[in-house]
Ligand binder design. Structure first.
Ligand SMILES: [Zn+2]
Length: 360
């Protein structure tokens, strides 16, 4: 799926409400306040686990695609960051506990890819960052959760890495400070974020890939299937689907617009399904994993949008994926380093020719 993500406050809504298997015994013996703490920490622990899976899988794919020359590669540290101010105020202490943050840390490393650049420099989830390029990272002073300060730090990091190594002052869980010069690894660009939503979803907004906690649970123990979900979203970003759908413009007639939008959306969804097969293969994941995912997920999640289908029915999607698997295998039989022809679509003009069909 693709949508423009309204990131700020995503974590505000759902963490506390996230249903988690909290021990009934613990609940029975604990005060309401303690029960709330147990529940919040169980939710955050689950978020942390799925975030680690996400960055491990996602960064591996971005590096493999970057190494294959499938994008204008930029520098990846293979980490996701967190900032206390992105969480609701009542959760911030629990975040400190679950990530075992050092005293005073506000910006911290939330998850690392085990074989990424940050991990190789000795950085772990829960490492605090006191200085970025010699400057104190911005913090969110508001009561309200906001991703604004975190986004500011992410931008500074990208700018610094484009110039050379990034210098950080890290604080480990024992409070020991060290200055580390970080060099990124070439990778295609996308950021990752786990949202606390229960619904089994994933989104791309052009630069960010977001997977929900619900999707993390649904694919628990099935990393290849999660890789398929993430590959589809990375494909949306690599193929510039958000800017392309905006460039396609909006006609005056609302009904025509919706019908046309649905048509462009289905085309882009199919492109993302097809490129995902290649991304899985280049990173060493099973390219057939999306077939297994859709056999499980499709029958219960095949709803049409009220103003037209934004995705093809799941069986149609499975047929496209099978078709692309055959295309890829034939291409690789000729050239093991074959690149997906779909990449040339990233600059395609999506302005449809002729009248748009009425929305269904
Ligand atoms: Zn999609």
């Amino acid at each position: 799926m693709m949508r423009r993500i309204l990131v700020a406050g995503l974590l505000a809504t759902a963490v506390v409400a996230m249903p988690q298997a909290v021990s009934a015994q613990a609940s029975a013996q604990a005060s309401p306040r303690e029960t709330a703490a147990i529940r919040a920490q169980a939710s955050l622990t689950a978020l942390r686990k799925h975030e680690e899976r996400m960055i491990a899988i996602g960064d591996r794919m971005l590096r493999a695609a970057g190494a294959a020359g499938w994008c204008d590669a930029s520098q990846s540290l293979g980490w996701t960051l967190g900032e206390l101010g992105q969480y609701p105020k009542e959760l911030r202490q629990h975040v400190r506990t679950v990530w075992n943050l050092p005293d005073g840390a506000v910006l911290f490393v939330s998850a690392v890819a085990p074989d990424g650049a940050a991990a190789r420099a000795g950085i772990r989830a829960g490492t605090g960052i006191a200085l970025l390029d010699g400057m104190q990272p911005m913090r969110n002073h508001l009561q309200e959760p906001s991703r604004h300060a975190l986004a500011n730090s992410e931008r500074l990091i990208d700018e610094a890495l484009a110039r050379g190594p990034l210098s950080i002052e890290a604080i480990d869980s024992a409070g020991v400070r060290s200055t580390i010069a970080l060099t990124g690894e070439l990778a295609c660009a996308s950021r990752f974020e786990l949202s606390a939503e229960d619904e089994e979803q994933a989104y791309a907004d052009g630069s960010l890939v977001q997977v929900t906690a619900g999707m993390g649970r649904y694919t628990d123990g099935r990393d290849d299937e999660l890789a398929g979900v993430i590959a589809h979203e990375i494909a949306h970003n690599m193929l510039r689907h958000i800017p392309r759908s905006q460039e396609a413009g909006t006609p005056n007639d609302y009904r025509r617009y919706l019908g046309r939008y649905a048509r462009i959306s289905r085309k882009m969804e199919e492109e993302a399904d097809r490129l995902a097969v290649w991304l899985l293969a280049v990173a060493g994941y099973d390219p057939e994993a999306p077939l297994r995912f859709w056999q499980r997920f499709g029958p219960n999640n095949d709803s049409a949008h009220p103003f037209g289908r934004l995705h093809d029915p799941w069986r149609t999607r499975v047929a496209s994926i099978q078709d692309e698997l055959a295309i890829m295998r034939a291409a690789k039989a000729v050239d093991p380093d074959a690149r997906p022809a779909l990449l040339e679509q990233r600059n395609a003009d999506d302005t449809p020719v002729g009248p748009s069909p009425a929305p269904r």
